[in-house]
Design a protein around this ligand. Structure first.
Ligand SMILES: *Cc1c(COP(=O)(O)O)cnc(C)c1O
Length: 412
C-alpha cells in the first residue's frame, strides 16, 4: 500500500498530483518533494516489524513512493554498513565516530539509491528513455538502471570526468557525450534536448524521486543508531540530494514519533575550488551564487550552481550546522589517512569529510564525546588512483627475489 499523499513544492507549497510524471514546480519552477500520510505509515508499520525485513533501500517501503505492487528496478542498493571508525576517532580526539560506507552500493556510490528510485518511478509513469547531465557517478548509475529495465539512456559529462564512471555508462549501453565545461553546461544541453526527443530529464532534483532514494540513507542511519540522531553529520556537497534527503528522512521519522530529540547538525563540505554552498553560508546569503571556473578533483563536488542551494542553506542554518571548504591537498592526505587507519579506500568526496573533521577539531567544534557520522558517498576505486609508493620490482633468481623481499620487509 502506498502512503504518498501528494507532491509539494519546497518553496511555494503548490500541490501536484503524484499520478503524473513531474519535474519541477509548475507554478514557480522550484524543487518538488513527495509528502506522505505519516499517520498512516505509523499505523501500518512498527519498529519490530521493520527489524524482521531484509536489508536494502526498500525495507522502508511505506516511506518510499512505490505504488501498491510496483516492482522496483533494483540491483540491491542500500543496506550499507555504518562502520565504527575507532582509530580515525582517536586520531581526532573523538570517541564516537562512524562512517556510512556508501561505496558498497551497486555502481560503487550512493548515486545508485537516487537513480534506482528515479528510474523506477519514471518508468512506471511511462518514460521511454533517459538523459542526464552528470559529474560522473550519476551518469553511470542512470545508465546501469536504464539497462536494468531495458530503456535507452544518454549521459553528458564534463571532459575531465573519471574514466571509470564513463566506462560504467558506456558498458551498460548508454550513449555518452563529453563536453567542455561543468555539469551545469551539460545540464543546459539536456534541458533543451530532452523535450525534443521525448526522453525523461534526470537532472539533479529536477524530478521528485531521486530525493526519495537518497532519503533512505537517513532512514537507515536512524535505525542503525537505534533511533537516536548523531550530534553532527558531515556530507560532501555537490547538488545536495543527500543534504536535503537525509534531513527529510529524519523529519518524517520524527513526525512519526520514531526519533526524538534534536540533531543531527548538518555540515556541508566542499572543495576550495568550488564551494558555492560554503560561500553563501558564510555570507549569510539566501541562495548560492554560481562559481566561475570551478576546479576540484572530487568530481562529485564540482557543481558550480546547485539547483537546491536555497533548500540546503535552510537546512544548514535551521539545524545549527556549518559549511566547510577543504583544500585539494587536505583531501589527498585525508584519503590516505582513512585507508591507513581504517582500511577504507573512499572517494575524494568522502575523504573531504575526513579533512573537514580536522578543521572542526582545530576550531574546537568537536568535544570528545560528540557523536559524529561521515557519509562516505563512494568508493575510491572509481577514480584515478592517488599518488602512492610504487610497487617494488622483484627480479633475479629465486634466492635473489627471496632476499629482496626479506630485506624490504625487515626495513619496515
Ligand atoms: C554526486 C556525489 C556527491 C555529491 O552528492 P550530492 O547529493 O550531489 O550533493 C558526493 N560524493 C560522491 C561520490 C558523488 O558521486
Amino acid at each position: 500500500m502506498s502512503f504518498v499523499s501528494h507532491v509539494e513544492c519546497t518553496i511555494c507549497g503548490h500541490r501536484h498530483d503524484a499520478k503524473q510524471r513531474l519535474a519541477v514546480c509548475e507554478q514557480c519552477g522550484q524543487m518538488l518533494a513527495v509528502r506522505y500520510d505519516l499517520e498512516g505509515v505509523r499505523a501500518a508499520v512498527s519498529k519490530d516489524a521493520l527489524r524482521q525485513r531484509p536489508p536494502g533501500m526498500y525495507r522502508f517501503r511505506e516511506l518510499t513512493p512505490l505504488d501498491d505492487g510496483e516492482i522496483p528496478v533494483t540491483l540491491g542498493e542500500g543496506g550499507t554498513p555504518l562502520l565504527a571508525l575507532p582509530r580515525l576517532a582517536a586520531h581526532f580526539g573523538l570517541r564516537q565516530l562512524w562512517g556510512k560506507d556508501e561505496g558498497q552500493n551497486p555502481t560503487g556510490s550512493f548515486k545508485a539509491r537516487g537513480l534506482g528510485m528515479a528510474i523506477t518511478k519514471a518508468r512506471t509513469l511511462g518514460a521511454r528513455g533517459f538523459i542526464i547531465p552528470s559529474a560522473g557517478n550519476a551518469g553511470g548509475a542512470a545508465a546501469v538502471y536504464a539497462a536494468r529495465c531495458g530503456l535507452p539512456c544518454a549521459v553528458i559529462v564534463p571532459r575531465a570526468t573519471p574514466p571509470a564512471a564513463v566506462a560504467e555508462a558506456a558498458i551498460a549501453g548508454a550513449r555518452v557525450f563529453t563536453i567542455d565545461g561543468t555539469i551545469a553546461t551539460a545540464g543546459k544541453v539536456v534541458a533543451r534536448v530532452a523535450p525534443e526527443i521525448g526522453w525523461f530529464d534526470l537532472s539533479t532534483l529536477k524530478e521528485p524521486y531521486r530525493l526519495e532514494g537518497k532519503k533512505t540513507m537517513g532512514l537507515e542511519l536512524a535505525e542503525q543508531l537505534d533511533w537516536t540522531p548523531p550530534d553532527w553529520l558531515l556530507y560532501p556537497t555537490g547538488g545536495g540530494t543527500g543534504l536535503v534527503g537525509i534531513p527529510k528522512g529524519y523529519d518524517e521519522l520524527r513526525a512519526m514519533g520514531w526519533v526524538s530529540g534534536l540533531g543531527p547538525r548538518y555540515v556541508a563540505v566542499q572543495g576550495e575550488g568550488c564551494a558555492p554552498v560554503v560561500d553563501a553560508f558564510r555570507a549569510g546569503a539566501e541562495t548560492t551564487t554560481p562559481v566561475e571556473n570551478p576546479a576540484m578533483v572530487a568530481s562529485g563536488l564540482r557543481v558550480p550552481s546547485p539547483f537546491a542551494g536555497r533548500q540546503m542553506l535552510t537546512i544548514l542554518r535551521d539545524s545549527g550546522g556549518d559549511a566547510i571548504a577543504v583544500s585539494e591537498r587536505a583531501v589527498a592526505e585525508a584519503q590516505r589517512l582513512l585507508a591507513r587507519l581504517e582500511g577504507l579506500w573512499t572517494s575524494p568526496e568522502g575523504a573531504a569529510l575526513v579533512a573537514a573533521l580536522g578543521s572542526m577539531k582545530d576550531r574546537a567544534q568537536l568535544p570528545a564525546d560528540a557523536r559524529v557520522v561521515i557519509m562516505l558517498t563512494g568508493s575510491g576505486i572509481k577514480y584515478s588512483p592517488p599518488e602512492l609508493p610504487t610497487p617494488m620490482d622483484l627480479a633475479g633468481t629465486p634466492q635473489d627475489v627471496h632476499s629482496q623481499v626479506i630485506a624490504a620487509l625487515s626495513r619496515a
